[in-house]
Design a protein around this ligand. Sequence first.
Ligand SMILES: [Zn+2]
Length: 74
Amino acid sequence: MAQPAAVSTPTTPAVEIPTISVRQVLPWLAFFGLVALLAMYFVGAEQGATHLISGAGVHEWVHDGRHLLGFPCH
Ligand SMILES: [Zn+2]
């Protein structure tokens, strides 16, 4: 009786997951957090008594975003 030939299974190369330390991510997290806060300010509070830029240009420019995010407007 003949032995069946050994079936070779395809080998896949080992996948190495890169490690990213908190020290590498922290500056990007701070940067994008600051940008997000700035965007949130301009969309949500840049009008009336709290405006930094005079005129209604910023308010009109972010007006649809203000309504989309549910900030009180008019
Ligand atoms: Zn509005």
